[in-house]
Structures are given as structure tokens and as C-alpha cells.
Design a protein around this ligand. Structure first.
Ligand code: ARG
Length: 467
């Protein structure tokens, strides 16, 4: 398997005949996780330093050994950070790579680090620390995306566009209002992220293999040193739980779905047929054959990344669903799913933030489209209810006839002469024309959360204060 780790001892393992050596090499290949879990090196070393410090504090190892261990671990950290560390696949994973190097650096004291610990609680710790940091990063990135939308919403609180249902023109709305719909979505994603951080904020270290340990360890001390709220309460659950990873993936899948809907809208809006937005050169590409083209590749890739993230979520749910308690090696397959989804989500949020900030909004095109398709028909019906006292169902019917007439004449509702309207219903007066414009339509929708610019501005202020 392609891997940039060094295979120092593979030739030594080639004992026996051809038949026996095959499975052995395959065993190493299927078993090793260093190719991907080396990403956890910083968390692994942080966890080991906290563990060794606690062991010394509790008198389980000597202060002298602890100092050697901590010094050695810090040396390994800078070796890895500067690219001067040789990862070995024989040593399977990040935990054993670090420990083996520690033994080379400091000698027998290295062997005391693994007292009262197992790789089962160690990997649970490393991975939790990694996912926690990733969630914090996601929270910051979503805040950036929300800020981009708030700015565009403010700028376009009065810009009228068609609102759609079934992708058919429904009623006029403002572009600011539409932007604020995404603020709500990404705001929910962000609060899911915050809840997930709270859920995972418990320290697994000290659960040991699965049963806890007979050494007088202090799990509250390590929890505190590693920035967790408290230690986990059940050692069996601790080493068999990957909910924190699944929660991350499900949050990523929901956010990805939101990003993909936005991507789809941008793809539609940037077509010459719609022409609502124009993407900046920085976030679009040209065609190698058709010189006139400007393609929304970034939006399309965001739409596609969502598929990968969904795949990762389903993969990990499936990996976990049949596992008896506590740890099983199946769980080693958790990391690549999360790493891949995290990379996809980060890229998708970053690309969308850039696109939203940079895109040029064609307010004239939007307004023209808002007025077509009889988008103020509901306003006519509402006027008949309010001013002529018609029941809404009757008003709906009268309006339907007016729309049919306008359609047959090839004009807008507002272009029908009063005599035509009065022939449909005698109670209609020339005051009706006040509500048939798209501006009047949006301004009238002042209900809480409605599209009127005054309402949209209230919601912008709410989110600005909430950030
Ligand atoms: N590389 C392993 C993983 O990622 C570490 C834990 C191994 N534990 C064990 N009992 N073999 O899951």
C-alpha cells in the first residue's frame, strides 16, 4: 500500500517459504495505522506528558523518570514537526512509534510511561483531542461564513428578487432575506458544533484497557491538564465509544447539505438564463474550448464534497454498529473517515465564504425576474380580502381570473387596465395598483421573520448581537 513511512524491518520478516511470508506482510499492511494516525502526533505527545506528570505526582513513577520522559517527548515533538522523524510501519501506529523513539532517546525510563495506560484509552484520548480542535476550528469558520452573509444581507436588505417554491416564481422577497435564510442554517450548524464540544469534553485517559487500573492514578488531574471539563465516568464505555466522531460527521453532513443547497443555488443563479449573480474570477474557471464560458467549478465541487462527507458518516456508523463492548480493532478505521470529512468540510466552508463575499449581485436582473411570473398575485388576493371584504377563497378565484387574462394578453397584472380588472370584480378600484409592485409587496410582509426590509434588518441585528 502506498505509504511514505519507512519499512525498516520488512526483509527480516520474510522468514519461511513463499506461502508463509505472504500473509505476514499482508498482516502488517492491514494492521498498521501509522500511515494516517501520525496526524495525531501532537495530541499523542500532549497526552503522554499529562499522563507522566500525573504518574509522578501520584508517586507511581519517580520525578527523575518523569523529567526524562517529558524531555524526550518534547524532543520527539520537535523532530516530527521539523520532518526529522522516521515513522515505521513495523511499529504499527503513532503510539508505538513515539514510545519506541522515546526508548532510543532516554533508555529504560521510557518503559515506565505506559504504566496504568493502554493504547485503548490512549487512542480515545488522542482522537478526542483532535476532534475537539477540529470542532473549534469549524465553529470559527462557520462564524466567518455567517459574517459574510450578514454583510451581503445588510447591503441587499431592499434588493427585490423572486422567491421560489418548486423553483417556480412564488412571491417577491429580498436578496437580504434570502441571505438570512442561510444565516439561520449555518447558525444551527454552529450551535450543533458547540453542543458537540460540550458532549465530548470528558477525558478518556485512565480508563486503561477497559476496566480502569489498580494504580492510584488521578484522572481529574489529567482531565484538567488536557483542558477537559471532567473525566469520563465508565471505563468500558470510554474505550468503546466513538460517538464524538460520529457526532462530528453528522454535523458535517448536515452543514454539507446546507453548503450543497447554497452551491446549487449559485450554479443556477450564475447561469446566463438567470444572471442573478456573477462569480468573481477568483472563484470560477474558464472552458478550454468555449471562450465565453465562466464556470462555477468551486460551487460544483462543494456540492460534490457533500457526497464524500455523507459517505464518511455512513461508513463510521456501519463500522460501529455491530461491535460488542469494549474496544475492537475495527475502530481503527474511524480516523480516515473523520480526517477526510474534516478536510472536505473546511474546504467547502472556505470556498463558500469566498464566493459569497466576492460575487456580484445583479439587482436589476433580480428585480425584473421578481416582477415576472405574476409574483404579486397573492398581493391582489390579499387586497381583495382587506379592501373589498371578500373571503380569501373567493379572492383567490378572482385573482386567478385576472392572472389568466393577463397571461392571454401577454402582460403583467399591473399592466391590466382598471376596466379589465373591474370586469372581473366590480369592487376593484385604482388603489389596487399600489400593491401590485414588487416593492410594495415585500414592504407589506412585516410579519415576524417576513421579507419586509424592516424585518430583515431586525434579524440582521439579532445575529450581529449573537455572534
Ligand atoms: N491503532 C489503534 C487504533 O487506532 C490503537 C489502539 C490499539 N489497541 C489495541 N488494543 N490493539 O485503534
Amino acid at each position: 500500500m502506498a505509504d511514505d513511512t519507512t519499512d525498516t524491518k520488512s526483509s527480516n520478516q520474510m522468514w519461511g517459504g513463499r506461502f508463509a511470508s505472504g500473509p505476514d506482510a499482508i498482516m502488517e499492511e492491514i494492521n498498521a495505522s501509522i500511515g494516517f494516525d501520525k496526524k495525531l502526533f501532537a495530541q499523542d505527545i500532549r497526552g503522554s506528558i499529562a499522563h507522566a506528570t500525573m504518574l509522578a505526582h501520584q508517586g507511581i513513577i519517580s520525578a527523575e523518570d518523569k523529567d526524562k520522559i517529558v524531555h524526550g517527548l518534547n524532543t520527539i515533538l520537535s523532530e516530527i514537526e521539523s520532518g526529522n522523524f522516521e515513522f515505521s510501519r513495523q511499529l504499527e501506529d503513532i503510539h508505538m512509534n513515539v514510545e519506541a523513539r522515546l526508548a532510543t532517546l532516554i533508555g529504560p525510563a521510557a518503559g515506565r510511561l505506559h504504566t496504568a495506560r493502554s493504547r485503548n484509552d490512549q487512542v480515545a484520548l488522542d482522537f478526542r483531542l483532535w476532534v475537539k480542535e477540529e470542532l473549534q476550528k469549524t465553529e470559527r469558520m462557520l462564524t466567518g461564513l455567517i459574517a459574510a452573509f450578514l454583510d451581503r444581507a445588510e447591503e441587499h436588505a431592499e434588493s427585490v428578487m423572486p422567491g421560489f417554491t418548486h423553483l417556480q416564481t412564488a412571491q417577491p422577497v429580498t436578496f437580504g432575506h434570502h441571505c438570512m435564510a442561510y444565516v439561520e442554517m449555518f447558525g444551527r450548524d454552529r450551535s450543533r458544533v458547540r453542543h458537540a464540544i460540550e458532549h465530548l469534553d470528558e477525558s478518556p485517559i485512565g480508563a486503561a484497557a477497559l476496566a480502569g487500573t489498580g494504580y492510584p492514578i488521578d484522572r481529574h488531574m489529567t482531565a484538567k491538564a488536557l483542558g477537559f471539563r471532567e473525566p469520563t465516568r465508565n471505563s468500558i464505555d470510554t474505550v468503546s465509544d466513538r460517538d464524538f466522531a460520529i457526532e462530528f460527521l453528522s454535523i458535517a453532513a448536515i452543514a454539507g447539505m446546507h453548503l450543497s443547497r447554497l452551491a446549487e443555488e449559485i450554479v443556477i443563479w450564475s447561469t446566463p438564463q438567470f444572471g442573478f449573480v456573477r462569480l468573481s474570477d477568483a472563484f470560477s474557471t474558464g472552458s478550454s474550448i468555449m471562450p465565453q464560458k465562466k464556470n462555477p467549478d468551486a460551487a460544483e465541487l462543494v456540492r460534490a464534497k457533500t457526497g464524500r462527507i455523507n459517505g464518511s458518516l455512513v461508513a463510521l456508523l456501519t463500522i460501529m454498529k455491530g461491535l460488542p463492548l469494549a474496544y475492537s480493532k475495527d475502530m481503527q478505521e474511524d480516523k480516515e473517515q473523520v480526517f477526510d470529512a474534516a478536510e472536505s468540510l473546511e474546504l467547502a466552508i472556505a470556498a463558500m465564504t469566498g464566493m459569497v463575499r466576492d460575487m456580484t449581485v445583479n439587482t436589476a436582473r433580480m428585480k425584473a425576474a421578481a416582477g415576472s411570473g405574476y409574483s404579486t398575485a397573492t398581493d391582489l388576493a390579499d387586497w381583495l380580502v382587506r379592501e373589498a371584504g371578500l373571503p380569501f377563497r373567493d379572492a383567490h378565484h378572482v385573482t386567478g381570473r385576472a392572472v389568466a387574462l393577463a397571461e392571454s394578453k401577454g402582460c403583467d397584472l399591473a399592466e391590466l387596465p382598471l376596466s379589465d380588472l373591474q370586469a372581473i370584480h366590480a369592487a376593484i378600484t385604482d388603489k389596487v395598483y399600489d400593491v401590485l409592485t414588487v416593492e410594495a409587496s415585500v414592504a407589506s410582509r412585516k410579519s415576524f421573520g417576513g421579507t419586509a426590509p424592516s424585518e430583515v434588518r431586525k434579524q440582521i441585528a439579532f445575529w450581529r448581537a449573537r455572534n
